[in-house]
Ligand binder design. Structure first.
Ligand code: PSZ
Length: 460
């Protein structure tokens, strides 16, 4: 049973958190740890820490818990013996998938595929993006090679990181993007220096400008259309400029840039971006790791854009529990074990996803997200109007909503004061407060949150 609201007993981190963190500090990088959580007691929309502080969670483990803590349906799914077996006998799914696997994959595709016929399970968001990028390179060369085999020169040179086996190809990404912390995804990530420092990157992979609009949108339509236009011109210029140096094989883009500060680009921008990709035979990778599985009110955020064609690849992780990417026939390599790793997914996480999809259906959670999102948006709009000296640029879809504070220090103060008052929230970019509640966040939770937010805004 969920608590009726937050209740704070100690400062955070409390004494029990501190004691447990001191046990970790000899073997662990404690730098980012905020406090220790009691995952036995956390329930629904409430996270409960080691000191029994009860916080309303609008951040949900970096936007990964779709149906909150300790949902009974998830507890139930591992009482099922065959589910348990497919988890404990962890298969190398690329070579020995279990008898249950074809049905499970078919099921996932049928229920949630963004109109793409293939799925490649992976291990996390970065791993999914890394392998989506590799798939784009392979598709590019397959198109160029046609039916011919790999030459001996290609084979031998590839072993030693040399052309032609290892070709000069690139992925176009956007300023402000976050696609992961592995080497190739880092070359497509441009949000914080702390992610990038000391890591070599693919120097000549082009970086375009993601549209950064003036808010409120309805008062700045003409100007924002101009921003779209100049960003699209830059994308096409970069593709053409690289054509004979380091051809752009793919573009990777978030439908809403999350870590970069909840930057929204218009449906028109995405439709035109897809047209540019089609014109130049560039693979379009839409990174739905943070936006996917319902928080924007549709299952996939890019569904809001009414794209004339499905993207070539859609990557996912976080709320889906399992990670991976949906993709077209063209981006599935012809030869076996080119996109591969030991596990190629995780039956345990797929079982969690199946259960989550069942709950989303039975509890109509996409409708819930739309209702709570409307209430949260209008409540934040009222607070933005009441405190214009504190808040600005309110924006969002579903409950995937952000509002900016005037400057990073103020944003951090608001987030810290929310925590002191029993709300676990989160920021992104320089000054955004991002909302990432679970899909089970109801209108009453919105009201509790808005009351606490108003209280702390008044105190600033
Ligand atoms: C749009 C998008 N694409 C890819 C990723 C990488 O996913 P993971 O590798 O973290 O599972 C993420 C992960 N998000 C994220 C939030 S904080 C963080 C970090 O590494 O600090 C990572 C994402 O938001």
């Amino acid at each position: 049973e969920e608590p009726s609201g937050p209740s704070m007993k100690t400062s955070i981190p409390g004494p029990n958190s501190l004691e447990l963190m001191s046990k970790l500090k000899n073997v662990y990088n404690l730098g980012a740890i905020q406090y220790i959580v009691n995952y036995e007691k956390s329930i629904g929309n409430y996270i409960i820490d080691a000191d029994d502080n009860v916080l309303l969670d609008t951040f949900t483990q970096i936007s990964t818990l779709p149906i909150g803590y300790n949902h009974p349906a998830l507890m139930e799914s591992f009482k099922n013996q065959s589910n348990l077996r497919s988890m404990i006998n962890r298969p190398a799914l690329g070579v020995y998938p279990g008898v249950d696997w074809p049905k499970r994959m078919e099921n996932i595709l049928k229920q949630v595929s963004p109109k793409l016929s293939k799925i490649t399970p992976m291990m996390c968001g970065a791993c999914s993006n890394e392998n989506a990028i590799k798939s784009a390179f392979m598709a590019y060369k397959a198109r160029e090679r046609g039916a011919r085999e790999f030459t001996e020169d290609e084979k031998n040179s590839s072993i030693m990181n040399q052309r032609p086996g290892c070709p000069d190809l690139s992925i176009l990404s956007f300023k402000g993007a976050f696609h992961g912390r592995t080497i190739a995804t880092l070359s497509c990530t441009h949000s914080l220096y702390i992610h990038k420092m000391d890591i070599p990157s693919f120097q000549n992979w082009p970086i375009a400008t993601y549209p950064l609009y003036k808010y409120p949108l309805e008062e700045n339509e003409r100007e924002n259309k101009e921003i779209d236009k100049s960003c699209l011109e830059e994308v096409e210029y970069l593709i053409e400029k690289n054509k004979n140096i380091c051809p752009v094989a793919g573009i990777i883009i978030e439908p809403i840039q999350s870590e970069g500060g909840d930057n929204h680009a218009s449906p028109d921008f995405f439709r035109n971006l897809q047209a540019i990709c089609k014109k130049h035979s560039v693979i379009l990778i839409i990174d739905e790791v943070q936006t996917g599985c319902g928080p924007t009110g549709k299952f996939w955020c890019h569904e809001h854009f009414d794209l004339p064609h499905p993207p070539d690849i859609v990557t996912f992780s976080k709320k889906m529990q399992m990670a991976g990417f949906f993709h077209s026939e063209e981006t599935m390599p012809e030869q076996p074990s080119r996109i591969f790793n030991t596990w190629m997914g995780d039956p345990g996480k797929t079982i969690l996803l199946e259960t989550i999809l069942g709950v989303m259906k039975s509890e109509n959670l996409l409708d819930q997200v739309q209702r709570s999102g409307k209430r949260l948006y209008s409540g934040l709009e009222k607070l933005q109007n009441e405190f214009p000296e504190l808040l600005h640029s309110l924006r969002g879809r579903g409950t995937f909503i952000a509002v900016n504070a005037h400057g990073r220090p103020l944003r951090d103060t608001i987030i810290n004061n929310l925590k002191k008052n029993g709300v676990q929230s989160g920021g992104c970019g320089q000054e955004a407060i991002r909302h990432r509640p679970a899909l089970i966040f109801q209108e009453r939770h919105v009201d509790i949150y808005l009351d606490i937010l108003r209280k702390i805004l008044k105190e600033i």
